[in-house]
Ligand binder design. Structure first.
Ligand code: IPE
Ligand code: IPE
Ligand code: MG
Length: 271
């Protein structure tokens, strides 16, 4: 059975087994964020136009959303369109926006049935009105859902996010609601577009590029990074499972020392 057939059918017994294996093997990240890259190169390698790659990428989105929901991931953030992507040719931008509207129209009901809450981060005012309206309707329909939050980063960039947070914090200082000395990590975190979401445990980037491309700059301070050469349209749930196995093999220290070392008696201790 190919992946496309599986997305529209029941979960296979083999897939369920793979998920249970991962769930028993270690921690499933609470928040996974994905830089979905390589649609254009995927299309080019097939002699197709870039938009064909974006269309094929939608099937990967559906499969990854479904698999994450089944695995018990609480937050999935997908980098779908960056601030810098506004600099692409007009035709590609409008095709991408159309694809977003079509996908919202065709998928929102399924998201809702699966108790998935849709949110977005980014400069929504820059989105075309139809796109914005469709997005806001889907967000309000699914607002009370509790299984998983699917957050679309649209017209988003980490620097945009930090700028809007600084601007809102400055306004509060100006209005006398906050003193400059009270600006802590938490205050900044609380003014970012992601204030309601924990920092990503795992950031996946497809297509082999080792960069963040202005994604979640503040929030990625201690995220585990996973890069695969696979282009986004080929990134389906089995690729996700590889990323999760790799994540489970990591030791996250957050600047501290790992527990066994902490217990060891240091030879340098002066008695
Ligand atoms: C990612 O694929 C989709 C968006 C950034 C909107 P690209 O369109 O960047 O594909 P490549 O990187 O050119 O192959
Ligand atoms: C990052 O991909 C943005 C998204 C996936 C939405 P890009 O293709 O825009 O990034 P660069 O240009 O390779 O850094
Ligand atoms: Mg790219």
């Amino acid at each position: 059975m190919n992946t496309e057939e599986r997305t529209s059918q029941q979960q296979t017994a083999e897939d369920k087994k793979k998920q249970e294996f991962l769930q028993n093997r270690g921690e499933i990240p609470r928040h996974i964020a994905v830089i979905m890259d390589g649609n254009g190169r995927w299309a080019k390698s097939r002699g197709s136009v870039r938009i064909a790659g974006h269309k094929a990428g939608v099937d990967s989105v559906k499969d990854i959303v479904e698999a994450c929901g089944q695995l018990g991931v609480r937050h999935l953030t997908l980098y779908a369109f960056s601030t810098e992507n506004w600099g692409r040719p007009k035709g590609e931008i409008s095709a991408l926006m159309k694809l977003l509207v079509q996908s919202l129209r065709s998928e929102t009901r399924k998201l809702h049935e699966n108790e998935i809450k849709l949110t977005s981060i980014g400069d929504r005012d820059r989105l075309p009105p139809t796109c914005r309206r469709e997005l806001e309707e889907a967000i309000s329909l699914t607002a009370e859902n509790k299984t998983m939050e699917l957050c679309l980063a649209l017209s988003y960039s980490g620097r945009w996010d930090i700028c809007q947070a600084v601007s809102r914090i400055s306004q509060k200082v100006k209005d006398g609601e906050l003193c400059p000395e009270e600006i802590t990590n938490d205050v900044i975190t609380d003014h970012l577009a992601t204030a309601h979401i924990p920092d990503p445990d795992l950031i996946i980037r497809t297509s082999g590029e080792f960069r963040l491309s202005n994604f979640l700059l503040w929030q990625s301070a201690y995220s585990e990074l996973y890069v695969t050469k696979t282009y986004w349209p080929d990134f389906r749930r089995d690729e996700l499972y590889k990323a999760l196995e790799c994540f489970q093999n990591r030791e996250r220290r957050f600047g501290k020392v790992s527990p066994p070392l902490e217990l060891e008696e240091s030879p340098l201790v002066i008695r």
